[in-house]
Ligand binder design. Structure first.
Ligand code: ASP
Length: 430
């Protein structure tokens, strides 16, 4: 069976088993000790090891791909131009996402009539200020940045190394060849992990659905439904239009090509953990050249979170309505601006979008403890919004690569390669 079908099967079986176990009593050790033991000692262990192994690859993969990418850009592609286009597209799509979210939320009114008394126990964590986020992009110690997994700093350092390699003549070329070899080896590791993915995602989802079930959603169905609707709208209307308009390629083929990365995003709820797969898919299935993808994908996984911004827009309206507060036009504009910035400050790991939501709420003077109202359904929404986050990274990568003449249409349209992303990982790396 082909890889994405196997991953899909693993996911479906995991969800079904999880829901059955949840119906049988869930992972409460007092009620059903056997199930609890199994879930915590088998599914949880395998699932966690799987995610840890994915994360293991993130720093070395980003660093070496990006060094090779920026060094091999040469004269025909200008780094500054690529960076500008990428950042502009990331910001623009996020701003559209929040605006869409605010508009739909005001039509649906998901928060009217909610009982706010249960929110009292939520204690908000401190969200970083924009100034801190901005200064934090620049590394003082590259090794510390790698150890802490601070991706923006790793990206800045890798570009600096790549550009210097380009200017360092013969020695630079020798270093570049070494980096390319290491990069190939790391891509191979990504392939190995992708092959193990069906088992990993099975365990992750079985564990999650055993403990969560669907019961939590019932009370907040309208809030949940509104977010799902806007996520779908954003991916199916905004992304497809921008993609089709700017590349003149078929957006359905694009989403098909992205499928393995989207399945990973759903299963791990983490753009960062999915990043090795997104990069692999962007190069070997979407057809973006490494010189573009190695910059846009890690950057996107770190700063571009349209799905998260959608959740934050709807959550803001929901909380305002739940507390019976009205937002002015100016406050809506402030929400669009802060949610766009919050999406930059949101790390691509599970659940962080809820923490940076505090920043948005504070900006317009809404009670931060309102987050307590929506926390119950956030785990499942996190999976869905991460899929949109990763789709956005892929879409912008394809658009930027196309605009630079670095999108290989043969790879993009090659449906025979659709299911074989492992065939030649990195074959067009350099
Ligand atoms: N889980 C999301 C991501 O990794 C971030 C969030 O919204 O919490 O993309």
């Amino acid at each position: 069976m082909q890889l994405s079908s196997r991953i899909l099967l693993g996911m479906t079986l995991g969800i079904i088993l999880g829901l059955i176990l949840n119906a049988l009593g869930g992972d409460d050790p007092n009620k059903t000790p056997m199930i609890a033991w199994f879930v915590n000692n088998i599914f949880d262990v395998i699932g966690q090891i799987f995610v840890i192994s994915l994360k293991l690859l993130v720093v070395p993969l980003v660093f070496f791909s990006l060094v090779c990418g920026s060094a091999s850009m040469g004269e025909d592609v200008k780094m500054g131009q690529v960076a500008l286009k990428t950042v502009a597209l990331y910001l623009m799509t996020t701003a559209i996402a929040v605006s869409l979210a605010l508009t739909v939320a005001n039509i649906v009114d998901p928060g009217v009539g909610i009982n706010t008394s249960e929110a009292a126990n939520y204690v908000a964590k401190q969200a970083p200020s924009f100034k801190e986020v901005f200064i934090g992009i620049f590394p003082s110690n590259p090794f510390q940045a790698m150890v802490e997994g601070n991706m923006l700093q790793v990206i800045v350092f890798a570009i600096l190394v790549g550009v210097s390699i380009l200017q360092a003549g013969e020695s630079g070329q020798t270093v570049l060849r070494g980096c390319q070899m290491i990069s190939d080896v790391i891509m191979r590791m990504v392939s190995i992990l992708m092959n193990l993915a069906p088992y990993g995602v099975f365990c992750l989802l079985a564990k999650l659905f055993t403990s969560q079930g669907f019961s939590a959603i019932v009370n907040l169905a309208l809030y949940f439904g509104t977010i799902v609707f806007v996520l779908l709208l954003h991916a199916s209307m905004v992304y497809t239009s921008i993609f089709a308009l700017l590349t003149r390629l078929n957006p359905i083929t694009f989403f098909k090509n992205m499928r393995p990365a989207l399945l990973f995003a759903f299963s791990t709820s983490s753009s960062n953990a999915t990043m090795p797969i997104t990069l692999n898919v962007a190069k070997t299935r979407v057809g973006a050249h490494n010189s573009i993808a190695s910059f846009t994908v890690p950057l996107g996984a770190t700063v571009n979170m349209d799905g998260t911004a959608i959740m934050q827009g709807i959550a803001t309206v929901f909380i305002a309505q739940a507390y019976g507060l009205d937002l002015s036009m100016g406050e809506y504009l402030a929400v669009i601006a802060t949610a766009t910035l919050a999406s930059i400050g949101t790390a691509g790991v599970p659940g962080v979008g809820l923490i940076t939501l505090a920043m948005v709420l504070q900006q317009v003077g809404l009670p931060v403890e309102g987050i307590g109202l929506i926390i119950g359904v956030d785990r499942l929404l996190d999976m869905l919004r991460t899929v949109v986050n990763v789709s956005g990274d892929g879409m912008v990568t394809a658009v930027v690569a196309h605009s630079e003449g670095r999108l290989d249409k043969t790879i993009f349209n090659d449906t025979s390669e659709q299911e074989t992303p492992l065939k030649a990982p990195g074959h067009q790396n350099h």
